[in-house]
Every structure is written in C-alpha cells, then in structure tokens.
Design a protein around this ligand. Structure first.
Ligand code: APR
Length: 299
C-alpha cells in the first residue's frame, strides 16, 4: 500500500509540475509573479538569509562595513568566518561565546514585515515551507508554525556537546554563556565543549534540512529573500527547483544563478520595499500591516 501511495504521489507531483501550462508561468515582473501567486500557486518555497532580519536590527554577515564579518576585529580572528568554525572553536571557544551574547534571541529584536509576509503566505494556504539560514528565531516569533519552517543553520533553542552530542539544557547553556563561562560536557568522562546548536562550518546540517529534496519537486514558486546564496549546501536549493518553476529574488544584490533561467524575476531592492510592493500587488498589504501592528511576539 505504501509503495502505491508513493508512486501515486510521485505521479501527481510530476503531472502537477511537468504539465504546467506555459500560460500559467508568469512573465518576469513582480505584478505577474503576484498574479500567479494569488491565482495559481499553492506551494511556495521560501529561502531566507540575514538580509531578511537587518530591518529588525540584526546585521547581516557580508554587507560591506555593516556586516558582522566586517566588525569582528576585537576577536583577532585569523579570518572572519573562524568565529563559526568548529576547528577554531575547539582551539579557542571564547570569541564565539563572547559574540553569542549579542546573537541570543530576546525581547530586543522583533520580526519585520518580511517575516510576517511569510506567515501571511502560510495563512493563505500557499506556503510549502520556509528555509531560513537565520538563527535569530524571528520566523517562529512571527508565528510561522514549526512544521512549515526549516532552520537550516540551527539556533539557540537547543544545545549539545560537540564531541558526544549529548543534549544540554539550553537555558543553563545560555546562563553560563552570559556569565562568560566555557561550558564542558557533563556526560561522564567526555568533557567536550558545549555550545548552542548553531550549525558551524564543518558541522552537518539538521536532518530536517534534507526535506528540501522532496520540497523542490512540489514547489510551484521559489522566493529567495535577503541572502547572498554564498553558503552551501543551503544555497543549492535555489538551483534544485525544476527549471519551469518561477523564481523570485527580493534582495539588494543579484545573487546565485538568478538571471540564468527563463522564469527568473529579479527585484533588486531594500527588503521592506520589495515586501511592501509584493504585498500591494497581491492585495494583501492591509492584512500584512495589521498582522505586523497587532501581533505580539509569541515567545
Ligand atoms: N534589503 C535588501 N537586501 C539586503 C538588506 C536589505 N535591507 N540587508 C542585506 N541584504 C542582502 C545583502 O546585500 C546580501 O546579498 O542580504 C544578503 C545577505 O547576505 P549575507 O550577509 O551573506 O547573509 P546570508 O546569505 O544569510 O549568509 C549565509 O553565511 O556565515 C554564514 O551561517 C552564516 O547563515 C549565514 C550564511
């Protein structure tokens, strides 16, 4: 029975995407994407990066001058990404543990219109899933349900030992980090270093990330927002969606392979400007503003 279901699933996915009428596929403009999104699309895949949270007050990584990687001089790192490198962390955990105090989600950061647009796409029954590289937890705070969210680079809501992978209490880990302590594993003789489950360079991504291998087959629209698409394997998702699936980029810069596919729409913009224009084209702007104005963080 299971086999039959799977075959039926594959067939319906194949027909749903393969026999898409070319008239369904929008031309390369935001109004056309919005019309397609409102009238036709049912499985929107969203990919997000740090640019989505800059308007919430959290710097991104690579924007010249303001990006995190341009502002780590105090840690005397061999190179900026070392602060999230597992090998460097084992040699000297203090730079990351010191930065972590700045990065911990808390009351000081609020989701912005971009996060709430993702929630609205979901509430309209059109969100297949949102993949985020961000560790700020603002997608959850905006009210995106866990089953619709993949935090591909982890986050602070759990902590574990990097040697034996024993889980540690995230609140105790946070308190120890705020006391400036290096945390050691409590599992018998292990004594490995403990950190929040943020994915470091050199670490495996969470199993949930690999849902994308199916999701890309169901997606009928990809929206990429606020990312340089420089870090793999996350960035690979953008090229895994079938070539007849329209892709929309909302970002200050053109990134990845955008512009190389017939059905790409590129809107180089400030995130909030792009989100607002899309919401207005969709006729959802009023709802979006209401959601933003009234929604209290669900922490
Ligand atoms: N409006 C529009 N675009 C913006 C804005 C904004 N307000 N702010 C930033 N951007 C764009 C930048 O121009 C850049 O193209 O968002 C993108 C952010 O890129 P990065 O700083 O590289 O962030 P990200 O893509 O999330 O980095 C990926 O790198 O170091 C690792 O693990 C880290 O998850 C992170 C990964």
């Amino acid at each position: 029975m299971y086999v039959m279901n799977t075959l039926a699933d594959v067939w319906s996915c194949f027909t749903a995407n393969f026999y898409k009428k070319s008239s369904d596929i929008p031309s390369n403009s935001l109004p056309a994407i919005a019309k397609y999104m409102a009238d036709t699309s049912k499985n929107v895949l969203v990919m997000a990066g740090a640019g989505l949270s800059t308007h919430s007050g959290i710097p991104d990584f690579r924007s010249p001058g303001t990006g995190l990687y341009d502002n780590l001089q105090q840690y005397n790192l061999p190179y900026p990404e070392a602060i999230f490198d597992l090998g460097f962390f084992v040699r000297d955990p203090r730079p990351f543990l010191s930065l972590a105090k700045e990065l911990y989600p808390g009351k000081k950061y609020r989701p912005n219109l971009g996060h709430y647009l993702a929630r609205l796409i979901n509430e309209k029954g059109k969100l297949l899933r949102m993949y985020t590289q961000n560790i700020d937890g603002l997608e959850r705070l905006a009210g995106l349900p866990p089953e619709k969210l993949v935090e591909a680079h982890g986050g602070f809501s759990s902590a574990s030992c990097i040697s034996c992978f024993k889980e540690h209490d995230p609140d105790e880990t946070r308190e120890a980090i705020f006391r400036g302590e290096v945390i050691r594993c409590t599992n018998g003789k292990c004594k490995g270093l403990v950190k929040p489950d943020i994915v470091f360079f050199g670490e495996a991504l969470p199993d949930r990330f690999f849902l994308y291998q199916d999701d890309v087959l169901w997606a009928d629209l990809l929206i990429v927002i606020g990312t340089s698409l420089e870090v793999y394997p996350f960035a690979a998702i953008a090229d895994e969606v079938p070539r007849d699936v329209p892709r929309l980029l909302l970002n200050r810069d053109v990134v990845g392979s955008f512009g190389m596919r017939k059905h790409d729409t590129i809107v180089t913009c400030d995130i909030i400007e792009g989100v607002t224009r899309l919401a207005k084209e969709l006729g959802w702007h009023e709802e979006l503003m209401e959601l933003y104005a009234k929604h209290e963080p669900c922490m």
